[in-house]
Design a protein around this ligand. Sequence first.
Ligand code: NAD
Length: 505
Amino acid sequence: METNQVTLAAQLSEMGVRLADYEGKDIVSTSPVSGQVLATLRADSADQVKAKIDRAHAAFLQWRNVPAPRRGELVRLFGEELRTHKEALGKLVTLEAGKILQEGLGEVQEMIDICDFAVGLSRQLYGLTIASERPGHRMMEVWHPLGVVGVISAFNFPVAVWAWNAALAFVCGNSVTWKPSEKTPLTAVAVHALFQKALARFGSDAPAGLAELIIGDREAGSQMVNDKRVPLVSATGSTRMGRQVAQDCAIRLAKTILELGGNNAMIVAPSADLEMAVRAITFSAVGTAGQRCTTLRRLFVHDSVYDTVVPRLKKVYAGLPIGNPLQKTTLIGPLIDRAAFDGMQTALAAARAEQGQVFGGERVIVAGCEDGYYVQPALVEMPAQTNVMQHETFAPILYIVRYTDLQQAIALNNGVPQGLSSSIFTTDVREAETFMSDSGSDCGIANVNIGPSGAEIGGAFGGEKETGGGRESGSDAWKAYMRRSTNTINYSHSLPLAQSISFDI
Ligand code: NAD
């Protein structure tokens, strides 16, 4: 569409992107809004990837000596650039990833929030002072930077995931190499340009190579993962990808933060505020067209309220505004591509074969966007938690199962391998506390009276049980980006007994 091209050119030039520097024949950025090609970029060769990691490593050796609060100043300046260019970057996210505009802007807001968080953190990288058992000794912990942090990101959070990692990594004294999704290279180029603006304002104590952008497909990502100068790989994407990255890193004993697929559930208990629950279910299940790691995919409704909740949901689903995500009235934009649509249809066929009753799920043709893959979100009433519900299908499918007993519902919630986020709607304090207790939800996120989707940056995000639970952004997630050194200082006049062996010296 002509208008998309005009919008794109305007967004890129506002953010200081010189597209000509990146253009080539390898990586195609296609807008899911209309199926139109936005740009074709050149992929980095293996030599170029190596050179970028070389530069990032050299940058780390300097950056680690810059005081942490000064490092925070760079992140503060970057946050200012994001505030200035929020609209342009948010629109670009919509164009390239297909999120509705409010979600595109929301993603940029998450970047701003993590910058604010990281600026404060740059003055709070605290270690403990520990009571020593030896007389005249003091013991303390000091946190040091790690080196080059390799970030791999997924198409559905094309800009925020890098920021969650990079803002922390920079204040912790690391450099960052970023391999974004091959489906969303333009948003990455734009973020890189905005970071360069912040660097230019910061001054000469930020070395060149502090942030490197690697354009390429999984091969380029794999090269970064296997480079021994990258001590930490933070990878966000499918479980299939995470498994490979985990193996590659394990071989060289590198650290990982893995943020992978989710298969998130909600329990609607008899005492739930049903009006609130229906709103939360709809938002969590259809937001971003079901393409969030925290999307609600499994709903367990108590027998006593099932026949109120499910018909109500069907009514709400029938009126969902599906369409061009650039238009203000739209709440549900497109799937990322045809493969996503095919994956959804395959899952729905499997659900039918497992005695599921499917409502919705068909393709919707949007005028002016005929080559985009828009769908009517699907509700599927299932007789039990069957095989198809064990997998994450990255599309708006909500499976619904009836339950009678809270322990049974918690077992269903926990009865899949992924377990990223979860929630319960109840006004019964005993049920709520049970759900959050040691024997409750086994997910990294367990919410009460709020859906599973989305998260504030202040908390540690992530925590899939399948991956050992990587955590990014808030709380003490910063510790994963540093190494802990324990120092013992002897201020007495003698060595402890065990070390006082006399040598003839
Ligand atoms: P994907 O796994 O296809 O790709 C993600 C990234 O990994 C891309 O940059 C890709 O090039 C790279 N990659 C793939 N294989 C690789 C390999 N062997 N070595 C190195 N890099 C490799 O995922 P996607 O389709 O872009 O994103 C959707 C998935 O991401 C969903 O499963 C979703 O749940 C998950 N996700 C998780 C979170 C989270 O925080 N838990 C957030 C967003 C998305």
